[in-house]
Design a protein around this ligand. Structure first.
Ligand code: HEM
Length: 412
């Protein structure tokens, strides 16, 4: 069903065409370069999933390290070799065989009668911040080559998966997703230009969003943008900010860490309010399939699929914000209270989930910001002044406009 709705006659479409397209092309080129750098980052030698062991000038003074005398450098080198990953340094000098589960390996899987006993082990000083890590552990399970109960807390195979997940999936693929999606949007702008009001502006307005709706939107979006920026500093500070020096990274990192927590309450309140305000307009309907089949009319000026107040694209944004935002808020609260209700593996999963959902949501919201600003003529004003041109409403939300006219009486 392709519909060209009877919009009021108006001035011929003018979207400022060429300027936007040239802008889109320049941004697309810059993003292409950044994408190439990111791909190089993935395949260059310093893959972060393998811990780095470096030596040279001893990093700490002899007094601090407890080592002194001639050959300290040698000692540190040996120590690093012993602790280094076997795939990099070869078999341990003292123990030439490959690691395997044999009779001499301690297999532990037993109930602990008094979980608090773990806390009294010599390696776990109760005054330390590490104490909560073992709190609540009522079962020890795993393979340990160390001769005491609870050693699996330190020897956790999951820690390797966690490191791989954080470094490769969340960080590297996350950066690819954000840059790649931004590139597609900029390329779309360069090729397609802005989606115009194809029947031109009518000069007559219709109210689309009330004050409460707009205030909620800007509170949520403002805090999301701040959460995203501070989160990017936390996740990518090493790459993006360290080149400006340790001091700058230290200060920005400090601000970002606190800012990240401060902007979460308005964001959480925002998504809850959005849910209440817009859930009725965002329920799926058969019309959505038609809208999706026609690509939302984004690719051709003469195609305007029917829609009520929210079209399928907007409903997808709404549900991404509610579900993605909900997951981010819940996982974020869990991260703010480490080990409060989850053990160390649980915390690892929560951190991974938080990071992966965050990068996906940043990519989705980039698409939303694009279409709500430069991507579509007149869209921005719906959320700024609350009013849109009637011709725009007729082209993108025909059924909603009819309903509004029935309720409020046709516009003069
Ligand atoms: C910062 C730049 C942003 C701009 C310029 C922007 C613009 C807009 C506009 C113009 C609309 C109304 C579209 C219509 O007429 O129906 C809208 C709706 C909406 N915005 Fe934003 N927005 C921004 C950021 C955000 C953020 C960060 C979020 C959430 C985290 C968000 C969530 C929503 C939702 C859920 C809707 C209703 C559904 C929809 O229209 O897609 N917005 N936005």
């Amino acid at each position: 069903m392709t519909m060209t709705h009877a919009a009021g006659a108006g001035a011929p479409p003018s979207t400022g065409g060429a300027g936007y397209r040239i802008g889109g092309a320049i941004v697309a080129l810059v993003l292409l370069v950044l994408l190439a750098v990111q791909v190089f980052e993935i395949f260059d030698d310093d893959a972060r999933t393998i811990p780095e062991y470096r030596w040279g000038t001893p990093p700490i003074s002899n007094v601090q390290s407890g080592l002194s005398g001639v050959g300290t450098d040698e000692l540190l080198r040996e120590r690093a070799t012993l602790q280094g990953p076997r795939e990099v340094f070869g078999p341990s000098p003292e123990n030439q065989r490959t690691y395997q589960v044999g009779s001499e390996t301690q297999m532990i899987s037993e109930e602990i009668e008094t979980p608090s006993a773990l806390q009294t082990l010599a390696w776990s000083d109760p005054s330390r911040e590490t104490l909560p890590m073992v709190r609540g552990t009522d079962r020890v399970e795993g393979i340990s080559s160390l001769p005491y109960v609870g050693a699996e807390v330190y020897e956790r195979p999951f820690a390797r998966d966690w490191r791989l997940g954080m470094a490769d999936f969340a960080t590297h693929l996350g950066a690819l997703a954000i840059l790649g999606f931004a590139f597609l949007l900029a390329a779309f702008l360069a090729i397609r230009g802005r989606v115009p009001i194809s029947s031109g502006k009518s000069g007559r307005k219709v109210e689309r969003f009330g004050f409460i709706e707009r205030a909620t939107h800007w509170m949520t979006s403002g805090s999301f943008v701040m959460l995203a920026l501070t989160g990017i500093v936390i996740a990518y500070g090493d790459t993006l900010i360290l080149p400006f020096g340790d001091y700058v990274l230290g200060q920005t990192g400090w601000l970002a860490t606190w800012g990240h927590m401060m902007f979460f309450p308005p964001f959480a309140l925002g998504i809850l309010t959005m849910f209440i305000l817009w859930i009725r307009d965002a329920l799926p309907s058969k019309l959505d399939l038609q809208w999706l089949k026609q690509g939302g009319g984004l690719f051709r000026d003469d195609v305007h699929p029917s829609a009520r107040r929210f079209n399928a694209g907007q409903k997808l944004i709404f549900w991404s914000v509610i579900l993605g935002g909900g997951i981010l808020v819940l996982s974020g609260i869990t991260l703010m209270f480490p080990f409060f209700w989850l053990d160390i593996n649980g915390m690892g999963w929560v951190m991974l989930t938080h990071a992966i959902v965050a990068v996906l949501m940043i990519a989705v919201i980039l698409g939303h910001i694009y279409i709500g600003s430069v991507g579509m003529q007149g869209a921005f004003w719906a959320m700024w002044t609350g009013d849109v041109d009637r011709n725009m409403a007729a082209e993108h939300h025909d059924l909603w406009l009819e309903e509004i006219d029935r309720k409020r009486g046709p516009a003069e």
